[in-house]
Design a protein around this ligand. Sequence first.
Ligand SMILES: Nc1ncnc2c1ncn2[C@@H]1O[C@H](COP(=O)(O)OP(=O)(O)O)[C@@H](O)[C@H]1O
Ligand SMILES: [Mg+2]
Length: 313
Amino acid sequence: MEPILEISHLSITFTQYERGIHKRELPVIKDLSLQIEPGQIVAAVGASGSGKSLLAHSILGILPYNSRMSGTLKYDGRPLTQERAEALRGREIMLIPQGVTYLDPLMKIGPQIRKGKRDAGIRERCRAALKRYGLKEEIEEQYPFEISGGMARRVLIASAVTESPRLIIADEPTPGLDKKAAGKILGHFRELAEEGAGILFITHDLELALTIADRVAVFYAGETIEEADASDFKDVEKLRHPFTKALWYAMPEHGFHPIPGSQPYPGTMAKGCPFARQCRKCTILCREADQISLKPYRGGLVRCLYPGKEEAK
Ligand SMILES: Nc1ncnc2c1ncn2[C@@H]1O[C@H](COP(=O)(O)OP(=O)(O)O)[C@@H](O)[C@H]1O
Ligand SMILES: [Mg+2]
């Protein structure tokens, strides 16, 4: 199937001024590629600070003014330009934002969900969407401060699905929700995918991602280091990158083994593999390589010079 979203070699840098004079480019996302097909749920999994929200914002065309982007984004086979992103967001491409602060505190819930639309069916669709997430229609007359955080989350999701969206970008949509509540929301994502939407599910929680995703893209320090079928995670030997394997061993059901060290801060890795300092299999080449590209390997993609390699050289 043709992908609905195709991200190729996306890089995002920020311009920073040190002590107000020295200009510095800070790379945050480096050479990131990802595809989503209609009906597919792709999870982007990475620790905090790995560039997940920036990825979401680049798709919606809402990157901060001091950022620069390179690479290509295609939606429905055609370049997703800034103009197209603006025309499509809120209609075909919906963001479920990371924070409930995205709700306007001064506006009642109903008008926020309707987003200024006044066509005949909008009130019905709005009500149906609220009902789907267990919210009564009275909530339309309330202000955000009058509802709980959990309800605000559901309002954001209802708001995103009022007009049958074709692409949903869900940026950590279930923080602070217990497993049951999170599972319910993810169940709705599956329904939306079955109706044909493509879904990018952004999360730091691999375990949660695996309950729903078809494909998983693992992020590390702004790079996709592996893309795998969710089913590959049933057997650690099917996984390709040492970091993905480390994530697997860190899952509670696989013994909770901590990953030594931490993700490098963006901009501090001039070359080499970002996981090199923490990798038992690291060689001099891993530290010195100018660019390690994402390559097909055993049915997935991996950015490693020695994928699947078991012992250090
Ligand atoms: N406007 C900005 N200026 C400079 N750096 C930024 C800006 N926005 C985000 N960053 C940096 O980019 C990195 C990735 O941010 P983000 O995409 O929010 O990560 P995540 O959502 O994975 O936690 C972080 O290190 C953050 O500090
Ligand atoms: Mg984020």
